[in-house]
Design a protein around this ligand. Sequence first.
Ligand SMILES: [Zn+2]
Ligand SMILES: [Zn+2]
Length: 160
Amino acid sequence: MILNYLLIMLATFVIMEGVTWCTHRYVMHGFLWVLHADHHDKDHDHVLERNDSFFLVFGIPSFLLCLAGVRGGEVNALLFIGLGVALYGMAYVLVHDIFIHQRLKWLRQTKNPYFLALRKAHKVHHKQLGKEDGECFGMLFVPLRYFREALAYRRKVRAS
Ligand SMILES: [Zn+2]
Ligand SMILES: [Zn+2]
């Protein structure tokens, strides 16, 4: 039983990458661009970005799912869906905000090819300052070409 719940949580985590891709591609670069625009082209000096409101867009449903998952004192699958969303949210903040954008100094000098590829892919997404024609809308799933690039770069550094 607990194994089923853990699988549900893991599946939710994986599905969230897809949900994030779609939200980023069609909502953030769509009708909620007003909230995402300052993440591409920051027009103020505040530490927080309007884009950070998306934390609530995912955080609130996650919290409500967890609540519904313990209703009546008995645990049901919704709790693990809620936890999966929350875990993905934490991974997103660690990877996107802290590692990629260095909002806290952490892993700055990494040589890990996966992390390098991940950062590269998202920087490519940021090359586009506007709303249209972006690429790399996902987060944890790294396009293979950036991974290969990072590996080739590491080989070159090691050889020299
Ligand atoms: Zn974007
Ligand atoms: Zn970003």
